[in-house]
Every structure is written in C-alpha cells, then in structure tokens.
Ligand binder design. Structure first.
Ligand code: AMP
Ligand code: MG
Length: 335
C-alpha cells in the first residue's frame, strides 16, 4: 500500500478497522462482531466488547504484510449515527491514532459511507440507495449537494425486525442469515403459499413500517404455522415494501441506478427482487461484496478519502460523536 486512509467503524455491534489507498483501492477490514449471550444489543456491553477487541484488531491490521503505520495519510471514524457508548470507543481510538501519527482526523457519516463504498466497488454513479441494515432502513438519493432521505422506516430497522423475530424463535444474533436459510428451504420444498401467511404490509407513502409485520409473524408461529413458511412470508412482505419504495424513488428522481447497501443487502432474495424490479423498468441494479454490505471499517476509510480529497478534516474540538446524525446533515461536495 502507498498512502492509505484508515477507517474505524463502531456504530453498533461491529468494531472494525479497514483501509483504502489514496487512489481508491479497497482492502478487506479486520472486524469483531459483538454477539450478546441473550437478548438484544446492550449499548454498554457492546462498547465494552469494542474496547476489549481494540488491541487484537490493531495487531491483526498491523501484521498484514501490506500495512505500515508510516503510510497512513489520515484516520477516519464513524461520528454517527449509532449507539453513543459504541461510537465513543471508535472516536477515542481514532483521536489517539491521528494525534500519535500527526495525520488528519476525519469524522464521517456512517450512512453516507455505505453509499460511497458501494459507488467505489460497483462503479455506479448517481444511484438511489436502498439502505437496509440492522438499525437503519432508508431510501436515499443525491440532490442539491446532499444525500436526501426520500423514505425511511417509521419504527424499527428491517434488520432489527428480522433479528427480533429470529430471537423469538430461539435463533441467536444475527438472525437475518438464518431466516434466509429457512426461507430458501421452504421455497425449494414445493409450491409456495401465502394461505394463512399474509402479514400486514407496511408502506405509508414513501415510508415503511415493520413492527406490525413482526408481531403478526410471531403470532402466526405461536398459533402453529410452520416456521419455515413464516420466515419466507416475512422476507417476501418486508422486501416487497423496500423494493416498492425504491421503485417509486427511481420514478420520482428519474435516476436509473439502484444500489443496495447495509447488512440485509447480503440477502440473495432481496437482491433478486431488486434486480427484477430494475430490469422491468430499464434501470441497473448494483450491490457491493457482502464484506462491504455489512458494517466495516473500509467504507469509513473510503468516505474519509473522498472528504480528504476535498480538504475536509475534523478538528479535535469538533470530533464529538453525534448518535442522531442524519444522512442529510452531511454536505456532499465530492463527485
Ligand atoms: P449492519 O447493521 O448493516 O451491519 O447489518 C446487520 C444486519 O444485517 C443484521 O440485522 C443481520 O441480521 C442482517 N443480515 C445480515 N445478513 C443477512 C442476510 N443474508 N439476510 C437478511 N439479513 C441479513
Ligand atoms: Mg450500517
């Protein structure tokens, strides 16, 4: 690696360090995922996990044959949105490294980083982003120097919804991949049927809602519906709402590219449904490698690189975390 930007991700369950070269080559991240023994993610426990994994992750990063501390040109970190205690760990490590190495510090918007890593990896130019992760579900597009939120969840993120349903059925975090497996087993087992498996469909204008779907799915299983069929139905309903809003965003903005991002974008069925919608309207559909869909340090580095190119740096006194940072708070000056 020549000059590199180091990126640090710590918004929620994942603590991750990743690099991008100053000319935009992406390198795999070194990550540690917090998996609660029971219940959901407790912010304080996740933050403890992050502090305890710091030394190990930095050792992995620095023992990589291509890495040298001297080549670091800047340190970028997730400034928000996310869980306060978790963000604080990443920010502290970033401030320490930037100060020690005497390089610029760059606080970045986590949601915008999902877009920029996707644009880098797939080559799409001006997409509508369907951002589907644990805590966030948004449909985003660039207009007038910002990434605007055209629609979003009114209650919980789609990934949290899948994780909660999985947890109610005794499947540990992260539940999304396990639901995908059971859904596939059902879809491959014979004719698919929505009989007795309809769920409330949560599209409200350009916005989405998932909690009604979750409650109803849980109820159906407790009343004896087969788990595999309900997993399948939950995917079909929740993905259809996302794809519907994404399609309307393409229609309203006149854009012709759809980009998927966030951990739920690892799902093959969501990719297939998005691809079909795009083909039907003559648009192109893109998704980055799975390693860049889930939260990762490399995407933070990539947005840091774009900002650094435009001369944007974060002074220490401005480097406080912002747990409720919005996608459209960040001015986008890069191409
Ligand atoms: P993120 O918050 O972007 O790191 O994404 C994490 C979320 O992605 C969790 O809620 C996971 O359950 C979900 N997820 C990861 N892989 C899949 C998959 N194959 N299908 C559905 N959800 C997934
Ligand atoms: Mg994310």
């Amino acid at each position: 690696m020549g000059g590199i930007i180091l990126g640090i991700e710590s918004t929620a369950h994942t603590f991750s360090f990743g690099c991008v070269s100053t000319d935009g080559e992406l390198f795999p991240s070194f990550s540690s995922l917090f998996r609660p023994e029971e219940g959901g993610i407790h912010p304080r426990e996740a933050a403890d996990h992050h502090s305890e994994s710091t030394a190990n992750l930095l050792n992995q990063l620095s023992s990589n044959k291509d890495f040298s501390w001297e080549s670091i040109a800047a340190v970028a970190f997730s400034q928000g949105p996310g869980l306060g205690p978790c963000l604080r760990v990443g920010a502290s490590v970033a401030r320490t490294l930037a100060t020690r190495l005497s390089v610029p510090l760059i606080g970045v918007n986590h949601c915008v980083a999902h877009i920029e890593v996707g644009r880098n990896q797939t080559g799409c130019i001006d997409p509508v982003l369907l951002y589907v992760s644990g805590g966030n579900t948004q449909v985003i597009a660039r207009a007038d120097g910002r990434y605007r939120v055209l629609g979003e969840t009114l209650d919980i993120g789609i990934g949290n919804m899948l994780d909660k349903f999985a947890r109610s059925q005794g499947m540990p975090f992260p539940g999304g991949p396990k639901i995908e497996k059971l859904s596939r087993a059902y879809a491959n087992s014979g004719p698919q049927s929505l009989d007795d498996a309809y769920l409330p469909y949560g599209v409200h204008g350009m916005d989405l809602a998932f909690s009604g779907m979750l409650t109803s799915a849980t109820q159906k299983v407790s009343e004896g519906s087969p788990l595999e069929q309900i997993c399948w139905s939950l995917q079909e309903h929740s993905f259809a709402t996302c794809v519907e809003v994404a399609e309307r965003a393409l229609a309203h903005t006149g854009k012709t590219e759809l980009l998927l991002g966030g951990g739920v974008a690892c799902n093959e069925r969501l990719r297939q449904m998005s691809q079909i919608m795009c083909e039907e309207r003559g648009a192109a559909c893109y998704w980055p490698d799975k390693q860049f869909c889930i939260d990762n340090g490399t995407m933070i580095a990539e947005l840091g690189r774009r900002m650094l190119e435009c001369g944007i740096e974060t002074e220490l006194m401005d480097s406080a975390i912002d747990p409720s940072l919005r996608t459209d708070n960040t001015t986008v000056v890069w191409q």
